[in-house]
Structures are given as structure tokens and as C-alpha cells.
Design a protein around this ligand. Structure first.
Ligand SMILES: Cc1cc2nc3c(=O)[nH]c(=O)nc-3n(C[C@H](O)[C@H](O)[C@H](O)COP(=O)(O)OP(=O)(O)OC[C@H]3O[C@@H](n4cnc5c(N)ncnc54)[C@H](O)[C@@H]3O)c2cc1C
Length: 388
């Protein structure tokens, strides 16, 4: 049972098939052998980004003149995500680097910024992160307090960010800061480089899951930023962030679903091996019915997500539809992993069984990139708007 070749999905053409094969081999050879060490260290090896870069797997969308492949078809990224979830490496955030952060350069970067920041990121020599959340503001982004003051020939940045993925490993961060505290949505996006005086990082935060991912606090104490490090319009950063929302939620949906598919497979493997009362766990009606319901939900979700990918490729995916995908898939992976742990019995609670890692890794999917409650706000607002 391999969901990647399910007849519900459009068959891949030769190029995509070869790509999946190349990614799978790369991940098995270069990434999977390091997983245990990275989990213990609480951080992945930065060399992994360089190796992914060598294969052309980073910022695949970027133009060839920067060293990219110019591949804008999102199915390539989807395959990368699915394959990464097959080996269950959740700390190596290739897609955060390549799309969630790098896309800002694509949409709002000047030619000079693209020339400066894209080539080393494509080679995996610099690692990207994005810093919006603060101790006092997460869902309510307009409430951030970090402040960037226009000092004529430079910007002066002060403030603090928290829960930042790649917080330790990151070399370049896009940081959201208020440019006019009297105007609620006056936010600018700034490019912060790791070596800048006044920039520092806290310790790695200890988390429930995603143990190989370095999540940290970032501090900005009178960081003097050259004017060239402003990304886009200094008063429209909030709207710049909105522009990427459909893709951000699509990515989140693809990741949640790939993880749910993996959890389902692990569960099927286990219940068809393990025996109790003289029969396989899979032979109890309760187990079979759980599997049947989950499989049905997974198939429906896969069709929905694949359709979102198609719409995105055609420039037609809107952020509300993508919020539906994010809500549905992040809740689904929660159910699949929870039932998966239950069907594993005590083994499901043991760290050595991968289902237990998936259970804790996926919990954050209902929280980051917009919580389930915020997704429901967005979707319900759109429904009610039609009645205004
Ligand atoms: C592992 C991890 C990695 C992360 N990586 C990054 C990163 O790289 N960069 C970054 O900027 N941020 C990152 N985040 C932060 C993440 O995006 C925020 O945690 C998330 O947006 C929620 O914000 P919050 O934690 O402040 O929760 P809050 O906004 O305080 O929410 C608390 C609760 O209140 C609910 N709530 C809030 N507002 C409403 C409302 N209007 N209606 C109904 N309910 C509401 C929420 O849904 C939630 O249940 C990361 C978080 C984690 C855990």
C-alpha cells in the first residue's frame, strides 16, 4: 500500500517520477543515517543543507541566473515533502528555507538583494529563517512590539522574537518589526544577518516534539541595519506577509498529510504483525473499522490537497481554501497518530517506535502557521461575508 502511487492521484510523468526517485535515494543515503544523532543533539547538521543544495533541491523555483532550476511547479516541492516525511526527518526544514522564507525575496526583493542572498541559499551555504512571533504576539501579528526606526541612513532594530525555527542554525532571518507604532499595520520586513552587532540568540528551546529542530529566541539590541536590508515597503510588511499565506497553508497541508500517511502505514504494518488473543490486532473488528475510517479520510484529504496543488500551480489557490486544507489536514494527522498510538498499545508510547515520534511531532501542526482556531475564523468570516 503506497499512497504515492494511489490511483486517486494523477500519475507522475517521467520527470517527476525520476525526481521522486532521486529525492528518495538522496534522503536514504545522506539524511536518514544521521537522524538519531540529530535527535540527540537537538539540531541537524548544517552540512545537510549543503548536500541538498548540491542536488538542486533548494529554492528549486529560483531563476537559473541565481543558480536555481527555475522550476515553479509546486509538485516538485510536494514530492520533496512527502519523501522527507517517509524518512520522518522533521528537523531539517528544507521547505521553510526554500519557500516559506526565500519566497519573500522572490516577491519583494530588489535585484541587488536577490543577487546577494539567493545564490548562497540555493547552494545551502546559508540557511534561512523567519521571525514574526514574539512572547506577546503570535496569532495577533499586528500586536508585535519589535521596532525598526528610520534613522536616515540606516534602520535601528530593537525587540525580541520567540519560537523561531532554525533559530540557532539560521544565517539570514526575515524579521517583522513595527515601523510606525501609532499605525496598527505599519510593519516592515527586514533582513538580519547572523553576524550583525546587537543580534543574539537564546538557547535552543526544549519542545514536546520535533527534537532535531532548533527552535530559539532571537534578540535585537540596537541592531544597525543598512537601508538595503529592508525588504519591500516599510509600511506594508503586514500585507506582504498576507501574500504568502495561501502557499504557507498549502505547504502546511502537504506536510500534515504526508505525516498522516506515514503514521497510517506504520500502524497497518504493526497491527498486521502483532498478535493478541491468538489473532492479529488487525483482525479485531474495532481495529479494522478504525483503519477503514482513517483510510477513507486520508484518501479524501489526498484528493483535496492534490487539487490545491493544481490550483496553486495555476495561480488560483486562495488563502481561504488553503485555510480549509490546513485545518482539515492538521486535525487529521492528530487523529491518525492518536489512533495509531492506541493500536500500537504500550509500544506506541515507547520512543523507539516511530509512531510515538509522529504523535508528538505533529501536535504543533494545529498551532503554527496559524492555529486551527484562526483557520476557522478565516473560513467562517468568508462564509458570512457572502451574506453581508
Ligand atoms: C515548534 C514551533 C515552531 C515555530 N516556528 C516559528 C517561526 O519559525 N517563525 C515564527 O515567526 N513563529 C514560529 N512559531 C510560532 C507560531 O507561529 C505561533 O506559536 C502561533 O502562531 C500561535 O501563536 P501563539 O503561540 O502566540 O498563541 P496565541 O496567539 O497566544 O494563542 C493561544 C490560543 O488562543 C487562541 N486564539 C488566539 N486568537 C484567537 C482568536 N481570535 N479566536 C479564537 N481563538 C484564538 C489560539 O488559537 C490558541 O489556541 C513556531 C511555534 C512553534 C511551537
Amino acid at each position: 500500500m503506497d499512497y504515492t502511487t494511489s490511483p486517486l492521484r494523477k500519475p507522475l510523468d517521467e520527470e517527476l517520477t525520476l525526481f521522486r526517485d532521486a529525492v528518495r535515494k538522496f534522503l536514504e543515503r545522506e539524511i536518514a543515517p544521521h537522524r538519531e544523532t540529530w535527535l540527540k543533539n537537538g539540531i541537524v547538521d548544517r552540512e545537510a543543507y549543503r548536500k541538498a543544495g548540491e542536488q538542486g533541491f533548494l529554492l528549486m523555483w529560483a531563476d537559473e541566473k541565481y543558480g536555481g532550476l527555475g522550476i515553479r511547479d509546486f509538485r516538485f516541492e510536494q514530492i520533496l515533502i512527502e519523501e522527507q516525511n517517509r524518512i520522518m526527518e522533521t528537523g531539517l526544514l528544507l521547505t521553510l528555507h526554500s519557500r516559506l522564507v526565500a519566497s519573500y525575496f522572490d516577491h519583494f526583493g530588489t535585484e541587488e538583494q536577490k543577487q546577494r542572498f539567493l545564490p548562497p541559499a540555493i547552494r545551502g551555504e546559508t540557511i534561512f529563517g523567519i521571525a514574526m512571533t514574539e512572547p506577546g504576539a503570535g496569532s495577533d501579528l499586528a500586536g508585535i512590539k519589535a521596532r525598526a526606526e528610520d534613522k536616515g541612513d540606516h534602520w535601528l532594530l530593537n525587540g525580541q522574537k520567540t519560537y523561531i525555527s532554525n533559530g540557532i542554525l539560521g544565517d539570514v532571518f526575515i524579521v517583522a518589526a513595527k515601523t510606525d507604532p501609532t499605525v496598527q499595520h505599519a510593519i516592515g520586513l527586514f533582513i538580519i544577518e547572523g553576524h550583525m552587532p546587537g543580534f543574539s540568540r537564546g538557547n535552543k528551546l526544549r519542545k514536546m516534539g520535533m527534537h532535531s529542530q532548533d527552535t530559539a529566541e532571537l534578540y535585537f539590541d540596537n541592531v544597525k541595519l543598512p537601508k538595503e536590508n529592508l525588504l519591500g515597503d516599510p509600511a506594508r510588511g503586514f500585507y506582504h506577509m498576507m501574500k504568502g499565506l495561501a502557499e504557507e497553508r498549502l505547504i502546511s497541508s502537504v506536510v500534515s498529510l504526508a505525516m498522516a500517511q506515514q503514521a497510517f502505514k506504520l500502524t497497518c504494518d504493526y497491527v498486521t504483525e502483532r498478535k493478541a488473543f491468538g489473532k492479529r490486532i488487525a483482525d479485531f473488528q474495532n481495529s479494522r473499522f478504525i483503519l477503514a475510517r482513517l483510510k477513507t479520510e486520508l484518501d479524501v484529504a489526498q484528493v483535496f490537497v492534490d487539487r490545491m496543488v493544481e490550483l496553486h500551480n495555476d495561480g488560483l489557490l486562495d488563502s481561504v481554501m488553503a485555510a480549509e486544507g490546513k485545518l482539515m489536514t492538521s486535525e487529521l494527522v492528530g487523529r491518525v497518530t492518536d489512533q495509531g498510538v492506541q493500536l500500537h498499545g504500550g509500544a506506541g508510547y515507547m520512543a523507539e517506535y516511530p509512531i510515538s515520534q509522529l504523535y508528538t511531532d505533529c501536535r504543533v501542526h494545529r498551532i503554527f502557521a496559524g492555529t486551527s482556531e484562526i483557520m476557522q475564523e478565516i473560513i467562517s468570516r468568508a462564509i458570512l461575508k457572502e451574506y453581508e
